[in-house]
Design a protein around this ligand. Structure first.
Ligand code: F6R
Length: 607
């Protein structure tokens, strides 16, 4: 969703800001803008569309070493130039970019109107800049104007603010991430780490309630009440800067094919083959917590929720304790009972998903301890949880999640093994699972050598008005993930069902030629899945079958795609890959923007 980049230093700000915006593009946005302060005035340039469109409206040169930039994903008000950030105060003295949502903005807007200050945009963000200008006119300093304004807000914000005639930038955070990067005589601000690594590794993550006053050589952080806060410097991992496209046609393609290496990163050093167990040191789980936990609850949204659902099954299979996965937004709103002795796992690629963050806060408030299963190091969820497991996928830039999904599944499989080995899982079974898990990256590579008739499957999918995905057990969840990928990328309505439920409703959709994707690895449920396959075929539907290599059921599909065999509990790591490729290829065939599907955002930072 929205992205912020700010710069104050010794170089011309504009090219640095535009490059920062380019690196934030993957988050998803619909309009973009910059403001540059040249010491006398602040110049603003905005456009609806891409960063490339913004470049087209920029003059060749804009003087100024201080500036802010924004990519907007519309929440309040349409996708128009006037709603695009930066927003300026009525007198032009202050310019601001904002991520998050101001819940009481209507009330604040009315208060401004009663003082004769009318907002020109429909956004919630503009009220902030007008309120600050009002405070400044009353004699407040820039910092005081920000403090006074923030005290009156309800909602979330990541803010970057320029004050004409003041050599400084002010930033503030509450619920929307902001990171300060300190270079040599220059300071950067960003809503995520990607754009920072090009400039510096030394960063400070602002905490909720922090306000930072930025200068080129230094910055100070205070709380809303004005107390000074000692910044805690973090050194960014190099990997976050290595997300360039290279020779790949799209980020999604690159990330699908990165899965074997990403998996290796996730597994390395975290399994004990001899003892047949996992070792997730970052979780800091002691033996008694694992043994005494009455149940496990997992949280996530979208693809992360499906990884959590697979985690639920693996935990029950290996740990033999109840596990339930929840969609984060539902969990929070249903006033769910929290047992402080239970283990809670929050699964997220970005670590910034607002619904998951709210659910974590709810659990913590009620005494529960939440462990993060997160990709982005230092992200809000990682820091909120304090302990957990980084899935180590490396940067995932395509909006559709691929390599993060398989790494989430792998991390949860390792956790399940660790949990299982403190309970009922035998050493032999643990060893067997670990052995197969370590084989998974190589098996993926084997699959990539011959991905099978993906383009024949795409022929069927391209023509479809809707697609049904079926599977049983773990494959029922893989079906959901496959349906989500195809739907979000190709904009084809997709429905995923456990194969056993098909005859209880969705079968009514089937007609001659309807494509049905069936995931049927060689597990104990395969025979039952085959019954559904026959019912589908009897209605004239066309079956795209995902099966294990060498399995005789290959002849049952109209299009059959073979993946290498693996332990039945790890099949999602392989069966999901052809579904990712099918979604990617179908979207391309239909002329969709694969890396940035319409309306979607990579970091969903609003509820
Ligand atoms: C689907 C997709 C989304 C995300 C969801 C959660 O391809 O990318 O459904 O999985 O928005 O995001 P994270 O994992 O960042 O919490």
């Amino acid at each position: 969703m929205c992205g912020i980049f700010g710069y104050f230093g010794h170089q011309q700000a504009l090219p640095i800001l535009v490059e920062g915006l380019r690196r934030l593009e993957y988050r998803g946005y619909d309009s973009t803008g910059v403001a540059v302060d040249n010491g006398n005035s602040i110049q603003t340039y905005k456009t609806v569309g891409r960063v490339a469109d913004l470049k087209a409206v920029l003059p060749d040169e804009v003087q100024g070493t201080l500036g802010i930039a924004h990519t907007r994903w519309a929440t309040h008000g349409g996708v128009t130039e006037v709603n695009t950030h930066p927003h300026a105060s009525h007198n032009g003295a202050i310019h601001l970019v904002h991520n998050g949502i101001i819940e009481n903005f209507q009330q604040l807007r009315r208060a401004l109107a009663s003082r004769g200050i009318e907002c020109v945009s429909e956004t919630d963000s503009e009220v902030l800049v007008q309120m600050m200008a009002f405070e400044l006119e009353k004699g407040a300093t820039p910092l005081e104007s920000v403090q006074a304004t923030l005290r009156r807000l309800r909602g979330t914000w990541g803010l970057c603010i320029l004050f004409r005639d003041h050599d400084m930038m002010i930033c503030a955070r509450n619920g929307s991430p902001l990171i300060i990067g300190q270079g040599e005589g220059e300071t950067f601000v960003s809503s995520d780490p990607h754009p920072l690594t090009a400039h510096t590794q030394r960063v400070v993550y602002l905490e909720d309630g922090d306000i930072a006053v930025i200068h080129p050589e230094s910055f100070t952080i205070t709380s809303t009440k004005g107390q000074e806060i000692e910044p805690s410097i973090t050194v960014l991992e190099n990997a976050w800067g290595e997300a360039e496209l290279g020779d790949a046609p799209h980020y999604m393609y690159k990330e699908i094919y990165e899965q074997p290496d990403a998996l290796r990163q996730c597994i390395a050093g975290r399994v004990d083959r001899e003892m047949g167990t996992g070792r997730l040191g970052g979780m800091g789980l002691d033996h008694s917590t694992l043994v005494q936990a009455p149940h496990v609850r997992l949280l996530g949204c979208g693809t992360a929720a499906y990884a959590a659902e697979i985690g639920q099954t693996l935990i029950e299979k290996m740990g033999r304790i109840p596990a339930v996965s929840h969609i984060s937004s539902e969990f929070r709103n249903n006033d769910t009972v929290i047992n402080p002795k239970a283990i809670y796992l929050a699964v997220s690629q970005s670590g910034e998903t607002a619904d998951t963050i709210s659910a974590i806060k709810e659990i913590k408030l009620k005494g529960g301890k939440v462990f993060g299963v997160v990709n982005v190091v230092g992200s809000t969820i990682a820091r909120l949880c304090g302990q957990g497991v980084y899935i180590h996928s490396g940067p995932e830039q395509s909006v559709a999640s691929t390599k993060a999904f398989t790494n989430m599944v792998a991390a949860l499989a390792i956790f399940s093994t660790q949990l299982g080995r403190t309970r009922h899982l035998s050493k032999e079974d643990g060893r067997d699972l670990i052995h197969h898990l370590q084989q998974a990256p190589h098996l993926m590579e084997t699959y990539f050598e011959d991905v099978g008739p993906i383009s024949e499957a795409v022929d069927l999918l391209c023509e479809a008005s809707s697609v049904l995905f079926l599977g049983r057990g773990l494959s029922a969840t893989v079906a959901k993930e496959g349906a989500l990928k195809l739907m979000e990328l190709a904009y084809i309505p997709c429905l995923a069902y456990p194969a056993g439920e098909m005859k209880h409703g969705p079968i009514a959709l089937l007609e001659e030629g309807s494509p049905v994707v069936i995931i049927a690895p060689n597990d104990h449920l395969k025979e039952k899945t085959l019954s559904a396959l026959h019912e589908v075929k009897a209605r004239g539907a066309k079956v795209i079958l995902i099966h294990e290599k060498g399995d005789s059921i290959a002849s049952e599909g109209d299009v059959s795609i073979a993946v290498p065999s693996i332990h039945p509990w790890l099949t999602p790591l392989l069966t999901v890959v052809p579904l990712q490729l099918m979604a990617y290829e179908t979207a391309l065939r239909l002329g969709r923007d694969v890396d940035r599907p319409r309306n979607l955002a990579k970091s969903v930072t609003v509820e």
